[in-house]
Structure formats: C-alpha cells, structure tokens
Design a protein around this ligand. Structure first.
Ligand code: ATP
Ligand code: MG
Length: 431
C-alpha cells in the first residue's frame, strides 16, 4: 500500500495496519520524524524504516532514537539492495511475533502448574485469568464449594504484574458481624473497649494490591452498604475516626451462592452486585468436566506420594469418574489423600476409596481385583483428553506430552492408537 503524505498514510494505517513501513524524511506538512513517532504510538509492533538523502545522517540518527528499524540512503542502487533491506525487516517482524507467540504459550504452560485440567471449561477459566491478571478490573468468581475459587483468585493476583504487591484474603462468612467493619477498615485508638491502639484494616493492608473477599454473599446488609461506599470513593474510614484514608485496591470477590437471585429477592444489594461483578469467572462443578478427573487424580497422587508412582486400578478410576463429587476438587483431593494414607502406597483400588464412591459402581457390588467392566470408557476419556490438549498446543508434541504428564514415547503411542494428529485430524483443528 502506498500513500503520498504522512497524513494520508496514517489514515490508511488506521484502517489497515501494516507490518513494515518505509517512509521518506522530507515530506510536505508532517515530517518523516513526526510520522514515525505517531506510527510507533499507534502501532508499536510495526517496523518503520526511513529513507534519507546523502548527508542527512543527523536526521537518520534522530529517527533511530525514535524507534526506527533502520535507515537507507537514497538513491538505492542497485534496487536489489532495497529488496534485501525490506526482506530483513519483514523477517524481524516475523521473529518478534513468533517470540510473542512462544511467550504466550509458556504462560499457558506455567498456568498448568496449580490449576489442573484440560477440559474446555477449565481452559476457558485459564484464558480468563490470563486476560485479567494484569488489569485492576473487579472480578467475581462463582462456583460451588471446592471448585477452586480461591485458587483462581490467587492466580489472578500472583501471575500478574501486581504479584509483588499484597494479596489479602478475607473470609466474609467467618468474620464476627460486629467486628467486620473494624477488621476491614481498621479502627482508632479508643474506638471501642479494648481498642488500646489504632490498627489499620485489611483494606489498608491490601493497598496497591488485591483484596479477596471470599463468601461475599454472607456479608450483612449494613456492611454491604459500607463496602459499596468504599468501592465508589476509594477510601476507607477507620472505626472511631473522622479521617478518611485513600486506598487503591483491586477487588476479587467469590461466592458459592447464587448472588443474582440474592439481589433479585433483596438479600444482596443490587448496586454492590454490579460493582463487584464487572467480570465473572465461573468455575464449573467437577461433575460437569469429568475428563479432568484422571489428570487431577495424578496431580494429587504426585502431591501426596511424591516420587512414588502409584497405580490406580481401572475399577477405582471408574468409580472416581462416575461419582458426582458434590464437594468438587476439594473432595477429590481429600479422597486421594485418604487413599494414600490408608492404602499400601502402590495401588489404589476400589477398597481404598470412601464407601460413598465404591457403592456408586454400577451393579452396586464392590469390584475386586478383576475388572468388572470394559476399558472403553476410560479410553474414551483418554482419547478426548489427548485430543483436546493436542488441539490446544496446535500439534506441538513436546508440549502436549508435558501438559499430559506422559513421556514422549507414550504420547506417540497413544496418538497413533487414537489416530490423533494425522493430516485429517490436523485440518479439522485448523478450521
Ligand atoms: N483445577 C484445579 N487444579 C488443582 N487443584 C485444584 C483445582 N481446583 C481446586 N483445586 C484444589 O482444591 C482445593 C479447593 O480449592 P479452593 O479452596 O480454591 O476452592 P473454593 O472454591 O474456594 O472452595 P470453597 O467454596 O469451599 O471455599 C484446594 O486444595 C485447591 O488447591
Ligand atoms: Mg474458598
């Protein structure tokens, strides 16, 4: 694309950004330097090279300082020189982009440390975390008990650019109602009996960072009103004080209650609800994403029996897969911990699981060592898991192996067995 002045080039760039730009220095109205500066602001990743006449090395240097890729002196002879120059420039843009892509990918990889799951639902959550971690947007995390709300709140804080600032978690459900205000906002000396000296509240302690208001649905109505005011005014007034203190705190709230119906039936303030709920991250119940169960089981086995490969029999895994998990991931974690503590630390079989799980087995009879079912279900799950991870990493086998926690050789074997990653499968992914 071509343009005859800096202004018209900018107008066209706004509609259609370019990767590389070659600009003259001496132009009517807007100079090459001004143009360069504006482009760098508008499209920071676009590379701009400048053309200078002989003897104008000074402007060339100035252009470099403003972030130009390079300069080339006119006239270009032979033309081949210009062609090579532009090719190198395009190559740089490509490398930078590739680098960015790799960096984003490593980020998702590290995200897997801590929040385990390959299901589409949990991957959505990870993507949300990535998007939110460097912002100050209020976030409301919803989900049943044990689905990982606190884990996600911490991930939003500790994986982002505010990781070095404070993270303060407050369990609104367990605070004594009469003390909530002084806990959150602090108090002055003498504000009440026992207030021997003044104390900053949790909001002040979280200044510059994140306050995690867990079980926000449990907050009594008058505290909801006070919290709303703090969010609006960005300042707190310690109990017994008439001075307000400025606070800059990012709010992450969590609830396992249905806050929407709570505000509809009047038990939760609607205005507060909308303040907190700028973005919602919903954590799916474990029974909605059973394909994550095998991965979670291995994750917890590794945590509770590190370095010792513990085998889970097919019947035990089947029980784990079929159970409803009302306590979600926390219940699964407890279940694995218990099996390790009570079992022989080599094999986990149905007998090592809590009775509620063992009786969930179809037919009601506890399975012995002999499998009472075919392995098809497990294979389906395995296939689905591998397929999903494979799609996610766009066919990068080394990465897929790492994410699945299996060796490269095993991965190759499984890919072949399930016919994943063949040409047909790959093109299906690309659509
Ligand atoms: N996707 C996950 N991967 C690994 N561990 C998880 C995952 N989700 C939850 N956990 C683990 O499960 C346990 C419960 O998680 P967490 O405390 O974050 O849940 P919660 O939603 O806050 O529960 P509650 O509503 O009961 O407070 C924690 O030990 C956490 O590390
Ligand atoms: Mg919690």
């Amino acid at each position: 694309m071509e343009a005859d002045s800096g202004e018209s080039a900018l107008a066209r760039l706004e509609e259609q950004p370019a990767d590389i730009i070659l600009t003259d220095m001496v132009m009517p109205r807007m100079s090459g330097l001004q143009f360069l500066e504006t482009v760098k602001k508008l499209l920071p990743r676009t590379e701009v090279a400048v053309m200078t006449g002989h003897g104008s090395i000074e402007t060339a240097v100035q252009a470099m300082k403003l972030g130009a890729y390079d300069y080339i002196t006119k006239p270009f002879s032979p033309l081949e020189e210009l062609r090579l120059f532009l090719r190198r420039m395009a190559e740089k843009v490509r490398l930078v982009e590739e680098n960015q892509f790799l960096r984003e990918r490593t980020e998702t990889e590290t995200e897997l440390h801590g929040i385990v799951g390959a299901s589409a639902k949990i991957q959505d959550v990870l993507r949300m975390i990535s998007r939110l971690k460097d912002t100050r947007t209020p976030v409301l995390i919803t989900g049943e008990s044990g689905t990982g709300k606190e884990l996600v709140a911490r991930a939003i804080h500790f994986r982002g650019s505010f990781a070095n600032s404070p993270f303060v978690a407050v369990d609104c459900g367990s605070l004594v109602p009469t003390l909530i205000e002084s806990e959150l906002f602090g108090y002055e000396k003498g504000a009440f009996t026992g207030a021997l000296k003044s104390k900053p509240g949790l909001f002040e302690s979280a200044n510059g960072g994140t306050i995690f208001l867990d079980e926000i649905g449990e907050l009594p109505p008058e505290m909801q009103a006070k919290l709303l005011r703090v969010l609006q005014e960005k300042e707190v007034r310690p109990v017994g004080s008439n001075q307000k203190v400025k606070v800059d705190v990012r709010i992450v709230a969590a609830t396992n209650r249905d806050l929407e119906s709570a505000y509809r039936n009047g038990t939760f303030r609607k205005d507060l609800y909308f303040r907190l709920n700028v973005v919602t991250v919903h954590l799916p119940a474990l029974r909605e994403r059973p394909t994550d169960i095998p991965m979670l089981v291995h994750w917890f086995l590794d945590r509770y029996a590190p370095g010792k490969p513990v085998e889970v029999t097919n019947s035990a895994m089947k029980c784990l897969l079929e159970y409803e998990w009302p306590g979600n991931v926390r219940e699964l974690e407890n279940c694995v911990e218990r099996a390790i503590a009570l079992g022989d630390r080599q094999v986990i079989d149905v007998g090592d699981l809590p009775p509620a799980l063992a009786s969930a087995l179809p037919g009601g009879e506890p399975a012995g060592a002999a499998p009472v079912f075919t392995t098809t279900d497990l294979e389906d799950i395995e296939r689905a898991t591998i397929q999903r991870v494979f799609e996610q990493v766009k066919g990068d086998k080394a990465m897929a192996g790492k994410m699945l926690g299996i060796s490269r050789a095993t991965l190759y074997r499984k890919l072949k067995r399930y016919n994943i990653g063949t040409r047909a499968a790959a093109s299906a992914v690309l659509q």
